[in-house]
Design a protein around this ligand. Sequence first.
Ligand SMILES: Cc1cc2nc3c(=O)[nH]c(=O)nc-3n(C[C@H](O)[C@H](O)[C@H](O)COP(=O)(O)O)c2cc1C
Length: 177
Amino acid sequence: MEKTLIIVTHPKLGSSKINKRWIQELQKYPDKYIIHDLHSTYPTLEIDVIKEQLLLESVNKIVLQFPFYWFNCPPFLKKWIDDVLTHGWAFGKNSGYKLAGKKFALAVTAGIKEDDYRASGQYEYTLEELTRPFETTFKYVNADYRPLYAFYGEEHNPTQEDIEANAKGYINFIENL
Ligand SMILES: Cc1cc2nc3c(=O)[nH]c(=O)nc-3n(C[C@H](O)[C@H](O)[C@H](O)COP(=O)(O)O)c2cc1C
């Protein structure tokens, strides 16, 4: 069975609650998911671009999992995108578009609660709107950009039940991508 690649970028995974719980859930299904933790793979932040490109070529479903930092992804994921989606491989005439047709989705954890990510809420814009640069990037390379999955309100004392249900929902989300 073909595996889904989960690219995790969390600068402080050791002190994480939600991303760590998501990873624990993914680890229950080693035959289904390749968990690729960028910070532990590249502690010096030097990316092996060819290795990353070959890994991406080997799968058809990719999830980018990260905590929302200043309404964006952590910087190492941005660097990964800048370094790995090269001209002549990800886009460009003749040899490019190696990601064409592959499913890409974001799985984002947010400190802020969902009510505040609404037109009527404190921060006005939804996570879907705030992540439009990802949507546009993956459309640019002809990938199949899917709706995102989220955990909202980590800073508002979520219950253990909420965290558990969300972790189970994450697996369901990936399976239905
Ligand atoms: C530097 C920094 C910036 C953050 N910016 C945001 C933000 O813009 N929006 C938000 O909802 N939460 C923000 N947060 C909260 C984190 O997203 C939240 O703590 C994290 O997603 C929880 O997941 P974890 O338990 O796996 O760390 C920020 C946290 C840090 C450390």
